[in-house]
Design a protein around this ligand. Structure first.
Ligand code: PLP
Length: 357
């Protein structure tokens, strides 16, 4: 029998979440960010569900290649920009728009003489990751405008560091910085990631760049996607492949970290860190067995984990165990693992079966 470990991708949830984003900012265009294999949900299937977006955002040219190979003709923006002159030929061949964030890219474009390519020019408004310093931004904009091999319709963009925290002054100051250094003739802008779409209307502008929210992932700590009217796009599940009766005082799993407090039944499920489930979860982190919460006990191992069956005497080999998804928010598991939901969905490994529903 095939291993039961499955990531079900809910195509309707993806479409619902896109509609939710659109309703939050009806006058803006939406870039669906599908980097990192669609946040781990599978690039091509995510793009299919989100084909109504106005453009796709990727971090690697190879992802743009994959989208074009299966026939998507929407605009694609390469969010981390090109690295070397040879990339420019690929951008042209694939009709991919590139972010320009550094003077070395201006120099490469100045040396290049091909047909016009479209660019999004990025300002570092305070996150200090990619982008031109604000005071160098207008000059970079003017230089690009003057290049015959660059399209005239330059989009000006920046990225927020803390938009997931409502009221955080860093977002206010990044907005003010962006507006202060924006060239007067720049009319198309993009600032908002998912959190800013939902919490910072002043940032909406002409183009949104939504990622996590499209997958139903929370955009604020301590809250789940459904708090924002979003639906989870992934349910990760497996089945019990064994049950055991274990005596009081016996230890379960590697290093014997769990000691049975009484004679008890435990279940063994076919999922572990080799599937992308985090190994470092807090003791007692829940999973859903037959729709009810059961605690995961002992260490998560590579292929297996064990659960406490005391609340489910009827549980049997073959029963379905849901690790996250509908009924058990991935945010709760992420919190128990000391990380964010984005990292968990991105970490699903290749041996997990993906299925659309
Ligand atoms: C990943 C990314 C986004 C999307 O961010 P979310 O928080 O997932 O909405 C937007 N813009 C850029 C530049 C990104 O790299």
């Amino acid at each position: 029998m095939a291993r039961a470990t499955t990531a079900r991708i809910h195509m309707d949830a993806l479409r619902h979440n896109l509609a939710r984003i659109r309703s939050a900012a009806p006058d803006s265009k939406v870039m669906a960010v599908v980097k990192a294999d669609g946040y781990g949900h599978g690039l091509e299937r995510v793009a299919q569900a989100l084909a109504g977006a106005d453009a796709f955002g990727v971090a690697a040219i190879s992802d743009a290649q994959r989208l074009r190979a299966v026939g998507f003709s929407q605009g694609i923006v390469l969010l981390s920009g090109f690295d070397e002159a040879a990339d420019l030929a690929q951008l042209r061949e694939l009709s991919v728009v590139t972010v320009v964030h550094h003077p070395f890219q201006l120099a490469m474009l100045a040396e290049d003489s091909g047909s016009p390519i479209s660019v999004w020019l990025k300002m570092d408004s305070g996150m200090h990751r990619l982008g031109f310093p604000p005071e160098q931004f207008p000059e970079a904009y003017r230089r690009l405008k003057a290049m015959p091999n660059v399209d005239d319709d330059i989009v000006c963009m920046s990225h927020f560091a803390s938009s997931d925290e409502p009221g955080n002054p860093q977002t206010v100051s990044q907005l003010a910085c962006f507006d202060a250094f924006l060239p007067a003739d720049a009319s198309v802008c993009s600032l908002a990631n998912s959190a800013a779409v939902l919490a910072w209307p002043a940032s909406h502008r002409q183009w949104l760049r939504a990622g996590g929210a499209l997958y139903g992932l929370s955009v604020a700590s301590g809250r789940t996607g459904s708090d924002f009217g979003l639906k989870p796009a992934m349910t990760l599940s497996t089945r019990l492949i064994s049950t055991q009766q274990v005596r009081a005082g016996e230890r379960v799993g590697y290093a014997g970290t769990y000691v049975c407090p009484e004679d008890m039944r435990i279940g063994v499920a076919a999922i572990g860190y080799g599937d992308g489930y985090p190994r470092n979860i807090r003791p007692g982190t829940p999973a859903l067995l037959n729709g009810q919460r059961v605690p995961i006990i002992g260490r998560v191992s590579m292929d297996l984990m064990t659960v406490d069956l005391r609340s489910q005497p009827q549980a049997a080999v073959g029963d379905e165990l849901i690790l996250w998804g509908g009924g058990l928010p991935v945010e709760e598991i992420a919190e128990a693992a000391g990380t964010i939901s984005y990292e968990l969905t991105c970490s699903i490994t290749r041996r997990v079966r993906f299925r659309e529903d």
